[in-house]
Design a protein around this ligand. Structure first.
Ligand SMILES: C[S@@+](CC[C@H](N)C(=O)[O-])C[C@H]1O[C@@H](n2cnc3c(N)ncnc32)[C@H](O)[C@@H]1O
Length: 405
């Protein structure tokens, strides 16, 4: 029986690359035309642990049905943003990170290149480094190389939703970084919730643990949700730490320049559009039939900078009918009779938001999640990418938590 994926923490942000830096490799080299898996030989070499809770796939069908039939408080139908992150979606997102307008990735890369040694120094030998939503691993490589250079023995665990992509990206990491002697790399196939259960296992709890979230992934949460998410993790690390300290390394965007943000998520090359439209194919795969025809839809972005404290400063991405009303048909959950939802041509279906956290938002976030800044690094314009060391007064009196945002 299918189990609905827990979507409480449902973070899917879009990172971006900063101005001024050239992409490391052109988007054409990210193979999204065919979804290829690693070879059998490669598969054997990569340690990927399935930590899913007995589920063979994530069942988003109930969430798709429900969110299309109902409207949120802003009056929009919605679709689950988790639809973005299938194998093809992850490749398309990687392509987006090479778009010149997508400033987040390059900003974070620049910060890591400048400060990875300092960050690496904060990481204790023997640490479990758990990266939530590891994506394409271009950034973590910089930090892992710095840890390796210091000769610290750590275990890095890349956690993400698609096994084939974990294999591909961990193989790529090995190719790009060369063989590590001190850093051991693994994959964890599962959700954030699965990762939380895994990190609390006794064999992990007795080791120092550092949780990473890069690429402003936390920005897919509204500020209050982000605080709740972080608090869950700090509580998990601190509850069972048995004397071992927990720490965090976070990357978070606070750009308030609406034009710059809008350009990042609406690149003229269409990388973001392809990434967002793929959610429709992903929905069809979950539903088991062609409920959505991608050619009937387009993508709309909106920069919202309103006064509503809970919702301010975010970029929202919608799917919208391209020319005329669109009908989407699926089966009713209980009686299996077809249900048709008519999306009017002037309607927009909300898919994902990318919240921007300014200094005040961040301070609130740290306070609500029980974290304290120890040090931080900012991008040149001050809007992104800072490394900060945090510690909570309540639990962590020995070690600081490391935050990069
Ligand atoms: C915005 S991307 C960031 C990727 C990478 N960290 C970076 O900085 O480029 C978000 C990542 O989180 C993953 N993700 C989203 N929701 C998740 C969930 N509930 N559990 C595990 N991974 C998730 C996605 O598959 C994707 O790799």
């Amino acid at each position: 029986m299918p189990v609905e994926l827990c979507v409480v923490p449902n973070p899917l942000t879009l990172n971006a690359n900063p101005g001024g830096r050239r992409p490391e490799k052109p988007p054409s080299q990210v193979d999204v035309s065919s979804v290829q898996s690693s070879t059998d030989e490669e598969r054997h070499k990569i340690d990927i642990i399935d930590i899913r809770d007995g589920r063979q796939s994530f069942n988003l069908v109930p969430a798709i049905r429900h969110s299309l039939q109902h409207r949120n408080e802003d009056g929009h139908r919605t679709l689950p943003s988790l639809l973005l992150w299938n194998e093809r979606g992850l490749k398309l997102f990687e392509e987006l990170t090479y778009a010149p307008e997508y400033y987040l990735t390059n900003t974070e890369i620049a910060l890591l290149e400048a400060h990875s040694r300092e960050i690496a120094q904060t990481i204790e030998p023997g640490t479990i480094l758990l990266e939530l939503g590891s994506g394409n691993l271009r950034k973590i490589r910089i930090l892992l190389q710095a840890i390796e250079a210091l000769g610290k023995r750590v275990d890095y665990y890349a956690l993400d939703l698609d096994r084939n992509e974990l294999e591909r990206t961990l193989n790529q990491l090995r190719t790009d970084a060369g063989r590590f002697r001190h850093v051991r790399c693994h994959g964890l196939h599962g959700t954030y919730d699965d990762g939380q259960v895994w990190i609390a296992r006794p064999e992990n709890a007795r080791r120092p643990r550092c949780v990473l979230s890069l690429g402003s992934t936390l920005g897919s949460f509204a500020p209050s949700e982000a605080a709740a998410f972080l608090k869950m993790w700090t509580d998990t690390l601190q509850a069972d730490g048995g004397g071992a300290a927990g720490s965090f390394i976070l990357g978070l965007d606070g750009c308030k320049d609406g034009q710059r943000v809008f350009a990042a998520y609406n690149d003229p090359g269409g990388a973001n559009r392809r990434f967002i439209l793929n959610a429709l194919d992903s929905a069809n795969a979950h539903l088991g039939h062609g409920a959505f025809r991608a050619s009937d839809w387009t993508v709309r972005g909106e920069w919202v900078d309103d006064d509503d404290k809970a919702k301010k400063r975010r970029h929202v991405q919608y799917l919208a009918p391209l020319k005329r009303d669109v009908q989407v048909t699926f089966l009713h959950e209980q009686h299996q009779k077809p249900i048709t939802v008519r999306v009017q041509k002037d309607e927009t279906v909300e898919l994902v938001s990318s919240y921007k956290f300014d200094e005040a938002d961040k301070e609130r976030l740290w306070e609500e999640s029980g974290l304290r800044v120890a040090s931080q690094f900012f991008s040149k314009d001050g809007s992104y990418g800072v490394c900060a060391l945090f510690s909570t007064d309540r639990y962590c009196n020995r070690k600081p938590l490391c935050l990069l945002y």
